[in-house]
Design a protein around this ligand. Structure first.
Ligand SMILES: Cc1cc2nc3c(=O)[nH]c(=O)nc-3n(C[C@H](O)[C@H](O)[C@H](O)COP(=O)(O)O)c2cc1C
Length: 174
């Protein structure tokens, strides 16, 4: 049996990062087209179901994000929850070279500028509902106006690695 040991946060920020990385998540891409320029923000902090009525999702955005400054006033934000097999695409969309993020990336642009990534697991068309301070991040609530469910399973982010879903029962049966 593992002994439970709960300690302080310590001085090394990597300790907290490593601990938080134990929590698995999906990979969301917030994307928008503003006057023909496309902007993408990859976020593993995305939370789908904050409220059903109104239909709200949430995301924590680093205050240092340059992309957030560009997209925070958009009327409509596209959110794509990336799918199994889209890990290279995720790296591309999060690359430092912002101008190259959409090179050879298949997308669709909605009427109000929301950008959706082809072959994702889920698409949400959102408006910004509320932004509040959360330490070194912005806590952003998004109102989901439209959605579409894809046919692909989601990509998983865990322990600073991309992973894929495996049915737990199939392991037990072996
Ligand atoms: C897997 C993954 C998850 C990320 N999750 C977040 C997140 O939840 N919030 C955030 O602000 N940035 C997150 N980032 C970093 C952003 O995608 C982006 O690289 C960063 O904001 C710097 O670019 P920018 O200045 O263009 O925004 C993540 C990056 C990767 C690769």
């Amino acid at each position: 049996m593992t002994q439970i040991k709960v300690t302080g946060l310590g001085d090394d920020p990597m300790v907290v990062r490593h601990a938080f990385a134990q929590f698995p998540s999906g990979v969301a891409v917030l994307a928008v087209d503003i006057d023909g320029g496309k902007h993408a923000l990859v976020a593993s902090s995305f939370m789908v179901g904050v409220s059903l009525d109104p239909c709200l999702s949430a995301v924590a955005v680093q205050k240092t994000s340059e992309t957030w400054e560009l997209i925070k006033d958009a009327d409509s934000l596209g959110v794509s929850i990336l799918a199994r097999g889209q890990s290279d695409l995720t790296r591309k969309l999060a690359s430092k070279n912002r101008a190259a993020r959409f090179e050879q990336v298949a997308i669709e642009v909605g009427g109000q500028g929301a950008v959706f990534i082809d072959d994702a697991a889920l698409w949400l068309d959102c408006s910004i509902y509320e932004v509040s301070e959360a330490g070194d991040h912005w806590m952003v609530l998004l109102e989901v106006k439209k959605l579409g469910v894809g046919e692909n399973e989601p990509l998983i982010w865990h322990g600073a690695k991309f992973r894929e879903l495996v049915d737990a029962q199939s392991i037990d049966v072996e």
